[in-house]
Design a protein around this ligand. Sequence first.
Ligand code: AMP
Ligand code: MG
Length: 346
Amino acid sequence: MKRKLAALVCACLLLTGCGTSQAAPEQTPLQKTLFAMDTTMDLQVYSDDKTLLEDAAALVEELESHLSTTRVGSDIYTLNHSGSATLSPDTAQVMGRALEMCRDTDHALDISIYPVVRAWGFTTGSYQVPSRETLDQLLPMVDADRIDFDPATRSAAIPEGKEVDLGAVGKGYTGDRLSTLLRDRGVTSALLNLGGNVQAVGTKPDGSPWRIAVQDPLNADGFLGVLTIADEAAITSGGYERYFEDEAGNVYWHIIDPATGCPAHSGLLSVTVVGPEGLRCDALSTSLFVMGAEKAEAYWRAHQDFQMILLTEDFQLLLTEGLADRFTLPENSPYTPMVLSAEAQN
Ligand code: AMP
Ligand code: MG
C-alpha cells in the first residue's frame, strides 16, 4: 500500500470545536489543556466553578493510573506482568464493556492485540515491519475470549504470553466519566476534546448544538465537514493518526486487523462514530475501521444506536441517514457524500 497520507497532524487538531465565538462575553468558558493518555486534551467548560477543571484533570490522571499499559503498578500493567489482578472499579467497567464489544464485533476489536501492536513498534515509536513468522507466533495470543474476568469480584487473569491493551476504548470511557462528573456538578454546556475524541455535554450556552470539524485524512489542513453534536460523543479512528512509512514508501498504521496481525486494509481511511456513549463509539470507530465499509454498514443496520461517517480509499464519503442534516461539507469539498439508509438492501 503506497497511499500518501496527509502529513501527521497533532491529534488535537483531528476534531476541534469551532463556532463557539458567538457566545456572549459573560459566557467565556473555563479552559484547560493537558497532556495525558499519550495525547493533548482540551477541556472547555461553561461554569463559574474553577475547581471543576482541577477535578476533571485529577480524574483523567486517576483513570490513566489505572488503565495505562506502561505505568508500573497500573491495573493493566499488573495484569500483563503477573498474569492476574484485581481491577479498580473503573478498569473493571472498561474491561467488561470492552470484552462485550470484542464478541459483538466478531473480534474486529480485540483488546489482547498488544503483543502484535508492540511487534510493529507502535508502543515505543521504534517502528519495524515484523516478519510473517513473528506474527504467526504472536497471533495465537490474540483472543480476548481467553481473558478470564469476573465482574463480581473484579478479578482478571490471562494466560502466559497474553497482554491486554485498552487503548482503543480508554479515551472514550474517560470522556464518559468526565461528562458525568460535569453533569453531576450542574454543567449543561461543555466540549471535551480528548485528542480528537470529542465529547459534548449539553449544547452551546445559547442552546444550539456544538459544531466540530472532522479531519480530512488526506489533507492535514482540510476537514471532511462540520458535524453538529449535542450531549454525545464523536470519535474518529484513522490510519493517518499514527503510522510509519518504509523506504519503499509503504505506509503501516496503528490499527491492526486481529485476523492477520497487520495494519487493517479494509478500504477505509477514517471512521467517525457518533453516539451517546463514548466507550461504545471508541470501540466502534476502531472495529468498524477494521471491518471495512460493507461490514460496518451491516453492523450499523443491525444496531442503529449510533451514526457514522466513513471515508473510503476510493474517496467515497458515506454518511448514515441520522447525520444527513447534521454534517456539512466545505464548499470546495472533493467528496460527494452518499447517505446510507437504514432500510436499503437486505
Ligand atoms: P483508536 O485510536 O481508538 O482507533 O485505537 C487504536 C489503538 O488501539 C492502537 O494504537 C492500538 O494500541 C490499539 N489497537 C489497534 N488495533 C486494535 C484492534 N483491532 N483492537 C483493539 N485495539 C487495537
Ligand atoms: Mg477506538
